[in-house]
Design a protein around this ligand. Structure first.
Ligand code: SF4
Length: 372
């Protein structure tokens, strides 16, 4: 029963994403002519954190290259089984962040977290189009999502939309009461695994909270499966101004780590998003063996600015257990930023940051030399 529900749910996600999802490590390796890299140890790693890879990304991976910078991000590795001191299952201490204590209608854990002044983050869904092996939310509780993984929740296909209104009323109760909150960040999982209908319902609902001026999506999907961005995708019309002449802002932060991820299909998806009124910025995680190289990052950020996307954050790896093999030193990250600043226009050089739990803002590692 559970298995059927999961199968059905995932096929619904595949329909939303407009691509098949590969769950089998053997299939992924075989299609890339790399059968030999699947071993009992990689299989053990995939049991802990299952493989998930969108078929739409396959043709951007070089066949026969086990060190391909895209593949390394998604292929289970024997290193994931190593336990590393100072790495944890919740490196940003997010599981303690919860606005439900401030709510009256519910005592269950909330899908909404507040880390910084004026902004809240919504775990919209636990579904994703991929499984990044360095994901800091890979151990995040599944029951904290607004629309947890199920067919009806993702597609908006259940008839009784009154349930959804009650769900949203409950989830956003604190936000509605707190007029210091001007921005809502839709995260996950990946919010773009939700159907256009679901996303529009969500935007229309948020639109009724008049003090919210900006909605920001965090997504990897325009890169992973660019056809997902279709003509029916939400636009600024789904988040209209409260006052005439004072527009509200839709913003999408694109997660992208390698210049090889960006092809013509991605360029089209980004141009549709811009046409629909989205402000586009990017975030990149600095990953050893993937992009810890000035040439690679220069190519990535140049491609992004040429497509109208401002590189915003370069993240130092969040220390989630099983990802230590991706970690670079902060000293080498600073050197990379220095070199990028010579090669690129200032607006193309992202802020090199780390999130330190409890701090009221992200720490800029290039400026704050006390952190190492
Ligand atoms: S796309 Fe983001 S949320 Fe999804 S697995 Fe990757 S890092 Fe995690």
């Amino acid at each position: 029963m559970e298995k059927n529900l999961r199968t059905n749910s995932l096929s619904e996600i595949e329909r939303v994403l407009k691509t098949r999802l590969i769950h089998d490590t053997h299939e992924l390796a075989k299609r890339l002519e790399l059968d030999e890299i699947v071993t009992p140890t990689t299989e053990k790693a995939a049991k802990i954190t299952p493989t998930l890879f969108p078929e739409s990304l396959l043709n951007r991976v070089q066949k026969g290259n086990a060190e391909d910078p895209i593949l390394l991000q998604f292929m289970p590795s024997p290193h994931e089984l190593e336990i590393t001191p100072n790495f944890s299952c919740d490196p940003l201490c997010e599981q303690k962040l919860d606005v439900s204590e401030r709510q009256t209608a519910s005592s269950s854990p909330s899908c909404i977290m507040q880390k910084y002044y004026g902004r809240v983050l919504v775990i919209t869904t636990n579904a994703c189009a991929c499984q990044c092996r360095f994901c800091f939310r890979r151990y995040f509780p599944k029951n904290r999502a607004l629309f947890p993984l199920s067919k009806e929740q993702i597609t908006g296909s259940n008839e009784d939309e009154s349930n959804v209104s009650a769900l949203l009323d409950n989830a956003f109760e604190t936000v509605r009461k707190d007029d210091s909150i001007s921005e809502i960040i839709l995260s996950g999982g990946d919010p773009l695994t939700l159907s256009n209908k679901r996303l529009k319902t969500l935007l229309h609902y948020i639109g009724t909270i008049t003090h919210v001026k900006r909605v920001r999506f965090h997504s990897r999907i325009p890169v992973l499966s660019p056809h997902r961005i279709d003509d029916d995708f939400p636009s600024s019309e789904d988040f209209p101004p409260v006052e005439v002449g004072v527009p509200r802002v839709l913003h999408l932060v694109l997660h992208v780590n390698s210049p090889n991820e960006i092809d013509e299909g991605v360029a089209v998806a980004l141009s549709i998003l811009r046409r629909k009124g989205f402000v586009l910025t990017s975030q990149t995680t600095l990953l050893k063996g993937v992009n810890d190289d000035v040439k690679e990052l220069t190519a990535l950020f140049e491609k992004l600015i040429n497509l109208g996307v401002l590189p915003y954050y370069l993240h130092q790896l969040d220390r989630v257990q099983g990802s230590a093999h991706f970690e670079t030193t902060i000293a080498s990250g600073r050197e990379i930023i220095e070199e990028l600043s010579v090669r690129l226009p200032g607006y193309a050089v992202p802020r090199y940051v780390r999130e330190i739990p409890g701090r009221l803002m992200k720490t800029n590692l290039f400026i704050d030399r006390d952190v190492d």
